[in-house]
Design a protein around this ligand. Structure first.
Ligand SMILES: [Zn+2]
Ligand SMILES: [Zn+2]
Length: 305
């Protein structure tokens, strides 16, 4: 489902955040206050689910107000990636009693669940699951493939990884998985720790009838959202021949698909664009990027034709 077909309105939220319950700088209440006062509609606090921090799934329910809500979650760590390091898997919408993994510290240990196993357990517990920061993790395509039938999305922009180590990307991995036929969505997040300028830089706009955790989570799992650093995507319509985009004032509207297929439209303060899809004849999917004058981007989820 595309968000433009879904009922309701858009709600702005950050899906990946840490507090001083794990390695963030601020207490959960202050993290929630900052997102609320920055105009976000919702937040998922996702502290590191590691024994050293007591396997936290932080209770953020007390920090909800009549215009701000929270979704419980965690960043899960279990199992070894090809490079010998521990998996990072984002899980938004976990039950508060989600059973601990066997992950005493930030290192893989013998006998713990694999990355795919803990991701599947999170999905079965009701979570929206994303493959976190592929570029920063040094994720291989085989690593990503092992979660492709399980996770809902690839975290394609991680603001903390952008500002902290210049490794924000997940699009390369996502596009390769899409071209193998795996149906995954994408998400932009902050991964804020408030230890550096890692906050308020990447978010999702979720279309739902209410700013309520269950409705937001259902919309996330259904793909009824887009991701942004600033620009708005107001509508995308795909026919056999063209793609039509309506958006906030843009300098470029770009369509990407299988392999090298891509097409850009450039102009001044464009709020709509239409592009022919001849170059996408062999592409079963495409996705849209809107770039504003300051270089900030918004990204649609992949649209399957
Ligand atoms: Zn991480
Ligand atoms: Zn994180």
């Amino acid at each position: 489902m595309t968000p433009w077909e879904a009922p309701g309105r858009f709600w702005r939220g950050n899906l990946h955040t840490h507090s001083d319950v794990s390695d963030g700088a601020l207490p959960p209440e202050e993290v929630c206050r900052r997102y609320r006062d920055e105009g976000y509609d919702f937040l998922a606090l996702t502290d590191h689910f590691v024994g050293a921090f007591g396997y936290p799934i932080v209770d953020t329910v007390p920090f909800r107000t009549n215009r701000f809500t929270t979704i419980l979650g965690a960043e899960l760590h279990s199992g070894v990636m090809a490079n010998g390091e521990l998996w990072h898997i984002l899980a938004v919408g976990l039950p508060p009693d989600f059973a601990p993994s066997h992950t005493p510290e930030f290192r893989p240990v013998a006998g713990q669940e694999s990355g795919p196993e803990i991701a599947r357990r999170a999905v079965e517990a009701g979570a929206y699951v994303a493959i976190a920061h592929p570029q920063w993790s040094g994720l291989t395509l085989d690593d990503a493939r092992s979660l492709a039938g399980i996770a809902h999305a690839v975290e394609t922009y991680n603001h903390g990884c952008a500002t902290g180590c210049d490794r924000p990307d997940g699009f390369h991995v996502l596009d390769l998985l899409l071209s193998e036929g795996h149906r995954l969505n994408l998400c932009a997040t902050d991964d804020a720790h408030f230890t550096e300028p890692d906050h308020f830089g990447g978010w999702v706009m979720v279309k739902a009838e209410a700013n309520e955790p269950g409705a937001l989570l259902a919309a996330l799992k259904a793909g009824a959202y887009y991701s942004s650093q600033g620009p708005e995507i107001r509508r995308i319509e795909v026919t056999d021949e063209v793609v039509r985009v309506e958006c906030s004032a843009a300098a470029s509207i770009i369509v990407s698909g299988h392999g090298t297929s891509s097409k850009g439209l450039h102009g001044q303060s464009m709020t709509r664009g239409e592009m022919p899809l001849e170059r996408f004849a062999g592409s079963p999917w495409l996705r849209v990027t809107v770039v504003d004058r300051a270089g900030k981007r918004a990204w649609s989820n992949p649209i399957w034709r």
